[in-house]
Ligand binder design. Structure first.
Ligand SMILES: NC(=O)c1ccc[n+]([C@@H]2O[C@H](COP(=O)([O-])OP(=O)(O)OC[C@H]3O[C@@H](n4cnc5c(N)ncnc54)[C@H](O)[C@@H]3O)[C@@H](O)[C@H]2O)c1
Length: 385
């Protein structure tokens, strides 16, 4: 049974059907303290992900689950485009002023390369939509926000591991949309310090999937990120006979780029900690430099992994004999992006505990059970963990 007699807190998750969103919703539902409303336009996701998350939540209910517990396992899934303010308003209107307690704003476009080709599309979808969302949140008295930011806000960082105090200097239009959105949120918190509370989470490299293999990353088209690409190669969806490794002459131990990979379940848990830290009883804003109750946290493991280490870990997980070829450096690649996660650990209680082997195992479990992602025909019922 749920731990308190308080009614469920309604939380709106934007981009809820996506890779990270679906895992975040899983973590919220696991607590049986929240009622989740997911808002997504399925630009890069499949509605099936939410059905699977709800299935996991239902399966996890205890025998003596109350009506409230059962309610917490169901998701209100709304199709809504955040670049259309009226559509956002329609969602909030349903619950009235104060009806939604807080928002986790995850929806965005996220392809760095694409953002250099169609910057206006990125600024509209990632920045304008954030402004509209904040305006409607204000209208409906919902001044609590957790925001999905990214390590890309640091550009080429001067120090590794990267602390949150590092100056923000994103290189790509995508990265700049994250810096701009953070700035806008911070300005709003400064304008109404007694009202707004917001936490920005700067993700490093999420990977893996829920251990059930029911939900996971299902990129449209060819994966842009290394781990899903390796999974697609092993499952035969990407037919390249060799992986192209961009440069082995970086100042890193084996010369290939280093990134800070964290399990998506750890990342998702970080959102729960952040959401709980928006409660009046939390003290995370006590040491803010100004009156504004805004803070940013790195969510990473604090441990860098090179491209070649990742290839080796995926070889072990999949048994696939990856061949690779070293080609020249890719424009815009930074040698090392490793987080200093100390602040999130100290103030939120965040810790990315899963190791690389578990990440690769869970990714491979998801990929083998769903070789074509959510489009895989359901010939037999997949069992949850
Ligand atoms: N995956 C990563 O490696 C990574 C790293 C750092 C930061 N992030 C950030 O995390 C967030 C989620 O990333 P993800 O990997 O889950 O991506 P994703 O594409 O799987 O999820 C984003 C979701 O937002 C939805 N969406 C996009 N625009 C929308 C709009 N206008 N209206 C409604 N829904 C919209 C998409 O349909 C999708 O379901 C993004 O903000 C991204 O920038 C991701």
């Amino acid at each position: 049974m749920a731990i308190t007699d308080e009614p469920l807190r309604r939380v709106l998750v934007t981009g809820g059907a996506g890779y990270i969103g679906s895992h975040v919703i899983y973590c919220l539902q696991e607590t049986r303290r929240y009622k989740v409303i997911s808002v997504d336009n399925n630009h890069n996701s499949h509605p099936k992900s939410l059905q699977r998350v709800a299935q996991l939540a239902r399966d996890a209910l205890p025998q003596d689950a109350s009506e409230k517990d059962k309610d917490s396992a169901e998701i209100e899934a709304v199709t809504c485009d955040l670049t259309k303010k009226d559509e956002i308003r329609g969602v909030f209107e349903k619950y009235g002023k104060g009806g939604i307690w807080g928002v986790i704003h995850i929806a965005a476009y996220k392809a760095v390369g694409e953002s250099t080709e169609v910057p206006l599309t990125y600024y509209e979808n990632n920045v304008s939509a954030t402004v509209y969302l904040l305006q409607v949140m204000s209208e409906y008295d919902c001044p609590r926000l957790v925001y999905s930011s990214s390590a890309t806000v640091y550009g080429t960082p001067p120090t590794i591991p990267i602390p949150e105090s590092t100056r923000l200097q994103a290189d790509s239009p995508y990265g700049k949309t994250k810096v701009m959105s953070e700035t806008i949120i911070q300005d709003l918190c400064a304008a109404e310090p007694q009202r707004w509370r917001a936490l920005s989470l700067r993700y490093f490299n999420p990977a893996g999937a829920h251990p059930s293999g029911l939900i996971g990353e299902d990129p449209r088209g060819r994966p842009g990120n290394l781990l899903p690409l390796l999974a697609h190669m092993a499952v035969g969806r990407v037919k390249d006979d060799k992986l192209s490794v961009f440069g082995n002459d970086y100042p890193t131990p084996d010369g290939t780029c280093v990134r800070d990979y964290l399990h998506v379940m750890d990342l998702a848990k970080g959102h729960l900690l952040a959401l709980d830290a928006l409660s009046p009883s939390s003290n995370v804003f006590d040491n803010c430099p100004t009156e504004a109750r805004f803070k940013a946290y790195n969510l990473g493991k604090g441990k860098g992994m090179s491209v070649l280490q990742i290839v080796e870990a995926m070889r072990k997980a999949t048994g696939f004999d990856y061949k690779y070829v070293i080609i020249g450096r890719r424009r815009g690649d930074v040698p090392d992006l490793t987080a200093d996660p100390t602040l999130a650990e100290k103030e939120l209680g965040f810790k990315a505990t899963h190791d690389l082997e578990t990440m690769c195992r869970d990714l491979w479990n998801w990929q083998t059970k769903n070789p074509d992602g959510y489009d895989t025909p359901e010939t037999s019922k997949v069992n949850s963990a």
